[in-house]
Design a protein around this ligand. Structure first.
Ligand SMILES: Cc1ncc(COP(=O)(O)O)c(C=O)c1O
Length: 411
């Protein structure tokens, strides 16, 4: 067997073998770097963990304002609350359902530290415009691309465009079969290293970071949270993420070609140069055209066996067909936490001594978000992605057509 490796002999286990068998997540870091073009990637336990890491990396905390949307999944805003910062909501563009840049400009104050746009339903937010606004006002742009990890703007993958980007891998365009995981991505080494303090293992921080201001907190694992990834098969799914996304886009394009002239329905808009990856296929319903409410229309589709949800509000809002529907509550600013403004029972983070102007959140604040939440209905990725093909899309179209043809029965 020869001498010990420690005293100059050969190794029993080659480095490549150890890498392959043990450090699967490190391989995915590398693969995501290559896939997106981002210089630095850190795998996390979830998209929420990734968002919190980004906010901490940007140094955001009590009294700081983060401009985001209320038209999103709860975790976007939950991450801001988790670092004790103040969410300030901008309205959305009625076509793309992503943040309205003009409203972002109106919401900037001396307390604003970051803009946190969301690539909602898989359509990228206007990141290049937001980067320009951020540059003018010395703000960070943290992109919540949790629903859009394969999307592009002008041929560039999301993940390499904003200052920092968060991905989720639970049932998203890039996914893991265990149903969890996330990552944050950036081109900035300093932000990458500071994000590690959000909840990576002390030894990983010590192994990766170079900045003495980061390394001095390594032994505590930073803030004491645990956002560590677990080994998973995301790497395998990444290999065919583009093929799967493109097949889903082809299915959705077919739906649009068949539904765009149906009275009462507005099919999804795709901004030129933007790659919408359809985490959901989201249409708008006009209740006046047939004198039938959106919720009644959704009820009829669901009775036919087509699983549609009004993601932001009520009609049939449930995670899976067999879970129990709940009232989702509308855009985030209308939910209980924002009425009470009393997280932890002590007023933080809305009304703590660091907050210059305690925010008030009210119905009517975000007219477009509120109106769209009453009109949208969504079909989820599982019914749009391979192996579903145009035969399945035909069934969706026929089901919607059947309900429209018999709309009189719903009045
Ligand atoms: C827009 C958005 N942001 C953040 C998240 C959080 O991701 P995760 O569930 O992996 O924590 C999600 C998850 O659905 C999401 O849709």
């Amino acid at each position: 067997m020869g001498r010990l490796a420690l005293t100059g002999g050969g190794k029993m286990i080659a480095d490549e073998r150890r890498l392959r068998s043990r450090w699967k997540t490190a391989n995915m870091d590398e693969a995501l770097r290559e896939y997106t073009g981002a210089k630095f990637v850190q795998m996390t336990n979830s998209g929420t963990g990734a968002l919190i890491s980004c906010l901490l990396a940007a140094g955001i905390g009590p009294g700081d304002e983060v401009i985001t949307v209320a038209y999103t999944w709860t975790a976007t805003v939950g991450a801001i609350l988790r670092v004790n910062a103040v969410p300030v909501f901008a309205d959305i563009d009625p076509q793309t359902l992503t943040i309205d840049v003009a409203d972002v400009r109106r919401k900037i104050t001396p307390q604003t530290k970051a803009i946190l746009p969301v690539d909602f339903y898989g359509h990228p937010a206007p990141i290049p415009e937001l980067m320009a606004v951020a540059h003018e006002h010395h703000l960070f742009v943290i992109e919540d691309a949790c629903q859009a990890s394969t999307a592009e703007i002008d041929g560039q993958k999301v993940g390499s465009i904003a200052d920092m980007t968060a991905f989720s891998f639970s049932g998203k365009p890039i996914y893991t079969t265990y149903g969890g995981g996330g990552a944050y991505l950036t081109n900035d080494r300093k932000l990458f290293e500071r994000g590690l303090l959000g909840g990576q293992h002390p030894t990983l921080i010590a192994g990766v970071a170079q900045d003495p201001d980061v390394l001095k907190y390594a032994s505590m694992g930073g803030t004491g949270d645990n956002f560590r990834n677990v080994p998973n098969d995301g790497m395998m799914q990444l290999l065919d993420a583009d093929a799967r996304t493109n097949a889903r886009i082809a299915n959705c394009d077919y739906l649009t070609s068949q539904l765009e002239d149906v009275p009462g329905i507005t099919t999804p808009y795709v901004r030129p140069g933007y790659k919408h990856v359809y985490h959901y296929y989201t249409c708008l319903w006009d209740p006046d055209v047939h004198d039938v409410s959106r919720d009644r229309f959704c009820e009829a589709l669901n009775a036919e066996g087509l699983f549609v949800v009004a993601y932001l509000k009520d009609a049939n809002y449930r995670f899976t067909p067999d879970s129990k529907p709940i009232a989702a509550g509308g855009p985030i600013h209308l939910r209980t936490i924002f009425r009470e403004r009393n997280l932890y029972g002590k007023g933080c983070p809305f009304q703590c001594p660091h907050v210059k102007n305690p925010p008030v959140y009210a119905k009517g604040d975000l007219p477009v978000s509120e109106a769209m939440a009453d009109r949208e209905f969504c079909i989820g990725q599982p019914d749009l992605s391979p192996p579903c093909d145009d035969r399945d899309m035909r069934v969706i179209v026929d089901t919607i057509t059947k309900v429209i043809d018999n709309i009189d029965e719903l009045r």
